[in-house]
Design a protein around this ligand. Sequence first.
Ligand code: BTN
Length: 325
Amino acid sequence: MSIDIRKQLIKALSDADGEFLSGQTLAEKIGCSRTAIWKHIEELRKDGFILEAVRNKGYKIINTPEDLTESDILFGLETERFGRNIHFYESVESTQKVAHQLAHEGAPEGTIVVSEEQRTGRGRLGRSWSSLPKKGVWMSMIVRPVLPPQKAPQFTLITAVAAANAIGEVTGLHPEIKWPNDILINGKKVVGILTELQAEADKISSLVIGIGINANHDVEDLHESIQGKATSLYIEKRKKISRAQLIQTFLKDFEKYYGIYLDKGFAPIKLLWETYAISIGKVITARTVTGEIVGRALGITDEGVLKVEDEHGTIHEVYSADIEL
Ligand code: BTN
């Protein structure tokens, strides 16, 4: 089955805004036979799409499935580049690992890797990331900015702003960001972001940005050891979340903020980030690889680095740490 026809078919049906499209119109639009259209419609149905077919009128999409598929992500996707090239899996070790390999092979900017499950999901600072099947969004994106490697940490903050915004849009909940990359709801972590860099001398060759969103977990799906500090959108909202809608909204927001960043620099992103930030102005403990810094978080620099003032008035610039409030 040609992926290309399938993608174009989903796009045509979604652009039709609930109007019927005949097999003939679809075949002409896509440039294939009516038999091919019919076969692809059957495939979409097998993937859980609900499609209405009426004689003499044609087809229209009624509903997308609850399980996540590549088609769900494409149906209704509003971006130009991000998410247009999807590598979708039922189970992988880590979407980061797959995305690094694709980046190495030259995959274009905007490529995403999504899996229903990760067997060995990776967290920051060498930790593992629990990624139960069908419960969350486990996704990595390839970004190729023409910038020096020092700019990479800013992308964690762009991603955090896009994720916080998308969660607000989709659920109506009010997420907050804990520097640099944790998104919390009611004080508990719901999203983790992992930015990994491949660089040549003085320029970024690719960034692989991993995002994990706990979407439809029940309390018992979260390991006992983290129940006090982690949550899911479902636990907070008491309503199942469409993971496809969450991915689409996140990709739309990320593409928008990335565009703003390329056009106008980091300043507007920093402003947005600060509207979500909870650590700023508070006394925090920053655990870095070289030790602990206790002090007031003053804000972030234009590079996205956290400034902490200790009790002696010394200002520390923190590049990577675990923050305790
Ligand atoms: C953190 O420690 O807070 C970062 C967690 C990042 C998890 C995501 S899930 C998709 C991608 N693949 C991984 O193995 N990790 C990231």
